[in-house]
Write a protein that binds this ligand. Structure first.
Ligand code: 2HG
Ligand code: ZN
Length: 454
């Protein structure tokens, strides 16, 4: 039996896609920058089938790229070189919310929005959110330890994982789904899978830790002069608004691009170099608390929105950046973390670094509270890495990290050793070799391929 026949025998012929038109949506990423031909796309129905697929692939020494909602931005979820794409899209099962322990078991292919809805239905909250919520999947969210705006208060995906189930490269299943908060028996394999971007195992189910639902929300949009002024505002919000949920930022050229793309006028009367969008959430109306924290910071002209529609319209200005940028070209996306006291320096130096590396335009925005800056560069050829190198070089000079929430993928694999150091990367390679000796799982993502093979 050849590989295709063996896969079809396992999952059914109609779930092994070889027709170019049917494979196409799985072969290119959202930005259009990364992708390649898949050998086939295989769509297992459950954990047992994922395990069967991996066993067959191991037997045939066939490389596999696991894929969730294909919303990744670093090229880790799409084929590069004739790999098999294993999509988790059929693993959408949502278990019952256990309100007593505040947890739910969810299939890797369920969308973040579906998890949020299930949690809300039980009066709880998934406590993680970002713009790709309707397409991104829980498995992918955990595999790249996604963060989003609310990580400021609730932590990144890692903070929500009470356990998980994964299939390893040889087809074995490792499962820790009891959700026991105290369980330190042996190495923490779930922790190893989180953020491994499908290179150590394929996450099939997640035991998700929920948070109490805070039904009352208020958002504020504030125009400021600089990042250091924004840092002062953040300090005041932290001190005086314990209900602070998120604190994002964007700059004026990004705002203009979004307004043009969304065909709307700015809700603010004046333009400014820097904008902060802060949100508070509590059981009872946090508007006064937020207003007082703003006043303490000397801000008296913030735009406040306490109803759902008003908040959505303000948030769309920040969340709309990704779509507006994509509509303007194929971006180079750098998702970096910068210490807050270096933010002014970093933001000030990016334009020069980008233009001297051949980029036309850099749009900067992100999550102020986490020092997480999204640098989107337009006007550089997709295969020209000079702008990526220039931004990452500057990031390290500012004491930052080359990846904050999107992952390393193939986009930054060449930079991992510079960022983490030779010793850490050597330890990572040992783990990779132990769990995936034939380098079948997402080869080339996180760890550059050559050395991963020894
Ligand atoms: C966000 O914060 C996402 O909106 C995407 O992390 C960022 O498009 C980007 O660069
Ligand atoms: Zn982000």
């Amino acid at each position: 039996m050849d590989l295709r026949q063996a896969l079809a025998a396992l999952v059914g012929d109609r779930h092994v896609l070889s027709d170019p038109e049917r494979k196409a949506p799985y072969e290119r990423d959202y930005t259009g920058r990364y992708g390649g031909a898949a050998r086939v796309v295989v769509r297992p129905a459950d954990t047992a089938e994922v395990a069967g697929v991996m066993a067959v692939c191991a037997e045939h020494r066939a490389a596999v790229v696991p894929q969730g909602g294909n919303t990744g931005l670093v090229g880790a979820g799409v084929p590069r070189d004739g790999e098999i794409v294993l999509t988790l899209e059929r693993l959408t099962e949502l278990g019952e919310v256990d309100s007593a322990v505040g947890q739910v078991t969810v299939g890797a292919g369920a969308t973040l929005a579906a998890l949020q809805a299930a949690a809300h239905g039980a009066g709880q909250d998934a406590a993680l959110d970002f713009a790709a919520r309707d397409s991104c999947t829980v498995g992918g969210v955990v595999a790249c330890d996604a963060g989003g705006a609310r990580a400021l208060r609730h932590g990144t995906a890692r903070a929500h994982v009470a356990g998980l189930e994964a299939v390893l490269a040889d087809g074995s299943i490792v499962s820790r789904l009891t959700g026991l908060v105290k369980d330190n028996a042996g190495y923490d394999l779930p922790a190893l899978m989180i953020g491994s971007e499908g290179t150590l195992g394929i996450i099939t189910r997640v035991r998700w830790k929920l948070a109490p639902l805070l039904g009352s929300r208020v958002a504020a949009l504030v125009a400021l002069e600089s990042a250091s002024q924004a840092a002062e505002l953040l300090a005041s919000l932290r001190a005086h608004a314990p209900s602070l949920e998120s604190c994002d930022f964007f700059l004026d050229d990004g705002l203009q691009l979004v307004l043009e793309h969304q065909r709307r006028a700015s809700p603010l009367r004046t333009r400014a170099p820097f904008y902060v969008l802060a949100e508070c959430a509590a059981r009872s109306d946090p508007t006064d608390e937020l207003a007082q924290a703003l006043a303490q910071a000397g801000i008296d002209d913030a735009l406040l929105a306490d109803d759902g529609t008003g908040r959505e319209r303000l948030c769309a200005l920040r969340e709309g950046h990704t779509d507006a940028i994509n509509a303007a070209g194929v971006p180079h996306k750098l998702d970096v973390g910068i210490p807050l006291d270096q933010l002014d320096r970093f933001l000030g130096q990016v334009p020069e670094a980008v233009s001297s590396a051949g980029g036309e335009r850099a749009i900067l925005f992100g999550h102020l509270g986490d020092g997480n800056v999204h640098v989107n560069v337009l006007g550089a050829a997709a295969d020209d890495a000079r702008v990526d190198d220039a931004v990452l070089e500057l990031t390290l000079r500012c004491g930052g990290t080359i990846s904050a929430e999107h992952g390393v993928g193939v986009a930054k694999a060449a930079w991992l050793e510079r960022a983490r150091g030779a010793e850490q990367v050597a330890a990572m390679r040992s783990i990779k070799r132990a769990l995936d000796p034939d380098n079948l799982l997402n080869p080339g993502a996180v760890l550059s391929s050559l050395a991963a093979r020894r």
